[in-house]
Design a protein around this ligand. Sequence first.
Ligand code: ADP
Ligand code: ASP
Ligand code: MG
Length: 417
Amino acid sequence: MKIFKFGGASVKDANGVKNVTSVLEQVGYENTLVIVSAMGKTTNALEVVIKNYIEKSNELNASVQEVRKYHNQILLDLFEDEDHEVFFAVNAHFDDLEYFLRSNKSPNYNFVYDQVVSYGEIISTTIVSYYFNYKGLSNTWLDVRNFIKTDTNYRDANVNWEQTQVLITKKIEKGTLYITQGFLGSDPNNFTTTLGREGSDYTAAIFAYCLGADSVTIWKDVPGVLNADPRYFENAVLLNQISYREAIELAFYGASVIHPKTLQPLQQKEIPLFVKSFINPLLPGTSVSKGSDLEPHLPCYIIKKNQLLLSLSSLDFSFIMEEHISEIFALFHQHKLKVNLIQNSAISFSVCIEDKFNNFNDVKSILAKKFKITFNENVSLYTIRHFNEDAAQIVETNKTVLLKQISRETLQIVAKE
Ligand code: ADP
Ligand code: ASP
Ligand code: MG
């Protein structure tokens, strides 16, 4: 079986959905499971809905209507007949969403987040599935929440692999074209959970692992994995072949073209991952598999924006030792701050961190009782794998370098633009 994943960019409008259909027609779609994310920036738009809901804002209804209107326009562009069943199916999902917003009693922000944001994927796959059928690509729509079981760690749920494996092997049949949602799962009480932002690539890997799939292809708006994000670096070059190990490193440092959790399950079963262009589907793109590290062997540039650089020193000039460090890390862990780089000297300790869940202020006030704190907000972390002099020069030009760290293959720089 083949697993395909189409992200938000590939289905951002009606032409996108038509193009996905054409990709399948060109490359074949028998015995294929297609995972689709929310359309365009829908997840961000639903995050606004959640914010309005939590803050009891007057804008709540308008923000829901905006998401409705966006999808309705796509439907109008795809289906000539406004009486087509798909309009009712999509409207029913929006009605369910509005019902949830009216009736929910849970004060748990993360729980509410997952219940609401999941409509993005539910609605996009409904539209894509109906459109495929409309165009003669007969398919079966699956609710992924009946397959991927997780714990209750809302917004960043952990997969229960045993249960997921059983459900997937029991219910998925060879030969069929399936359409299902990325990013979602369900907890032991069948409430919706999500696997972390951009988690649809990971969904593809979960299915691939459980089915022992032949391959996974993630279809992107770029020709494949490049040696740099083309949004920030000119002349990025396509990497034809990458080993799992190298791809894990690139994704871990923040090459956002592949979600970092995607690679381990694939590596374990040696399932090849292809990253290809949905604009030129017949081009080979990038193959991630066992084999040579990186082909061509070039420096790879990765940028993580919106980082915090935090430096702590002891109030009495004593050393910052293991005891302090373990305390600091426990605090980061509790508050879901992600540490991307660490550097320490005798009396100071610096970390470059990411505050996805907006907890930094709380952590800061706790730390301020014990340490002298300095920090820079909104800095960028640049990583160069397989760096050389020229590559370092390219990154450092026109920036204030706040911290630099070198290991054998990797150079990291924290800088302010
Ligand atoms: P999806 O639609 O699947 O969510 P994303 O937008 O998350 O796709 O990923 C594709 C984007 O990843 C590209 O448009 C590109 O800007 C960015 N990107 C970051 N690093 C790389 C890289 N090394 N190679 C290719 N694209 C990259
Ligand atoms: N729709 C989700 C997000 O935007 C998941 C994904 O696209 O992978 O984060
Ligand atoms: Mg994405």
